[in-house]
Design a protein around this ligand. Structure first.
Ligand code: NAD
Ligand code: TYD
Length: 386
């Protein structure tokens, strides 16, 4: 693999320092915004939905090398990275972030300049049925990443998190980065815990940690357990589109490539120890999103089926990305209607990808959450006390 090293970094705790190892501002006269010096980034969870988009996007910048560490859980899929699999500045390492010794070996060999940590159990519904994997990966796995970083100092550690840590917000509130954390699900509680742990490693050990909190992502390659791809694939099949509760829960939709562009901006310009919200600036009730999918796919609204609500379901997420926009100049580019249409087109032309990811384990989860929803949810929310 091609290997170009940067000069020795300045002190790891220095706030004004940039990930390319200099204290100067990056050369923004270059179209990619980076100096000519190469940066080696370890990405965790790069075979998932957002991580794979980040890998594909980052490789478009000739000064970046990517090493992708992924366990390949049900959500990890190397087909997402087929277009870059043989790229000279890309390498895949199958590993579990819960294996601390394994991580240490990888870091000792790779010697990254920067880490972007996506790997997580990312689905709220699964976290309700089975919270343990969330604890293992989102908390213990993040702890292992941070411990590894203490031994193998990097210049930047981006911990990718979510707006769900702020919990449900009443109108007209919007969460800024100081908003209290009030997570509702094992997933969001796990993310909130890992955010705090990561920030504590900045305060205590001066690790160059940045936490990002993005709103709901959508786009190509999203595993069809999340709202938008689930509804698209059900609409294709003429199957019922299951809306939880009354469908008036509000999410702020962010196109996945806009999210990854924001992370690249933060790698370049973010400040250590800071939190950055990343919102799509497009808040919609779930019901409206589903209706738009039906309109694009040309399917009737009679396919909509209202089903039992998710336990602990957050009513409304809303966040301000003013800080990110002010400090980096980033703003979301993709208009939701255009993004949704191109996402539907992507799924329509990738039926084989859908078939592969729905084989195996997917059906078991799908039956648990949909076919036997009332019994399965009834069982988990009223577990007998010991
Ligand atoms: P995803 O479920 O599509 O992908 C997760 C990836 O992590 C998979 O490739 C999986 O194999 C890998 N992984 C899981 N456990 C692992 C382990 N123990 N070791 C190594 N790899 C492991 O998730 P996503 O939607 O791409 O989300 C990525 C990150 O972004 C997560 O941290 C999530 O919390 C955050 N996020 C997601 C959204 C969203 O809308 N999807 C919004 C905001 C933030
Ligand atoms: P989801 O994509 O799981 O993301 P999150 O829970 O992280 O926001 O769900 C988005 C919204 O859509 C959420 O309010 C739950 C709702 N939803 C349904 O109504 N039906 C479904 O089948 C799914 C998967 C989600």
């Amino acid at each position: 693999m091609q290997r170009a090293r940067r000069p020795a970094p300045a002190r790891a705790s220095e706030n004004a320092r940039h990930c390319n190892g200099t204290t100067e501002r990056p050369d923004t006269s270059r179209p990619d915004g980076y100096n000519r010096i190469s940066m080696k980034i370890i990405v965790t969870g790069g075979a998932g939905f957002i991580g794979s988009c980040f890998v594909r996007l980052a490789l478009g910048n000739p000064s970046l090398e990517i090493v992708n560490i992924d366990k390949l859980t049900y959500a990890g899929n190397l087909e997402n990275l087929e277009s870059v699999a043989n790229h000279p500045r890309y390498r895949f390492v199958r590993a579990d972030i819960c294996d601390l010794e394994g991580l240490r070996r990888i870091f000792a060999e790779v010697k990254p300049d920067c880490v972007v940590h996506f790997a997580a159990e990312s689905h709220v519904d699964r976290s309700i049925f089975a919270p343990q994997p969330v604890f293992e990966t989102n908390l213990r796995g993040t702890f292992n990443m941070l411990e590894t970083m203490r031994a193998h100092r990097v210049e930047r550690f981006i911990h990718v998190s979510t707006d769900e840590v702020y919990g449900s917000l009443e109108e007209p509130l919007e969460a800024d980065e100081q908003f209290p954390l009030q997570p509702s699900s094992p997933y969001s509680a796990g993310k909130a815990g890992s955010d705090l742990l990561a920030l504590s490693y900045h305060k205590t050990y001066k690790l160059p940690v940045i936490v990002t909190r993005a709103s709901n992502n959508y786009g190509p390659f999203q595993f069809p357990e999340k709202l938008i791809p689930l509804m698209i694939t059900h609409a294709f099949d003429g199957k019922p589109l299951p809306i939880y509760g009354d469908g008036m829960q509000i999410r702020d939709w962010l196109y996945v490539e806009d999210h990854c562009q924001a992370i690249l901006k933060i790698v370049e310009k973010g400040r250590d120890g800071e939190i950055y919200n990343i919102g799509g600036n497009r808040s919609l009730p779930n019901k409206t999103v589903v209706e738009q999918i039906l309109a694009i796919t040309g399917k009737p609204s009679s396919l909509i089926e209202y089903v039992a609500d998710r336990p602990g379901h957050d009513r409304r997420y809303a966040l301000s990305s003013e800080k990110l926009q002010r400090e980096t100049g980033w703003s979301p580019r993709m208009d939701f209607e255009r993004g949704l249409k191109s996402t539907v087109d992507w799924y329509r032309t990738n039926l084989e990808w859908i078939a592969h990811v729905r084989s195996g384990e997917y059906q078991k989860y799908h039956d648990q959450n949909y076919a036997n929803r009332n019994q399965e949810l009834g069982a988990v929310v009223s577990e007998p006390r010991p």
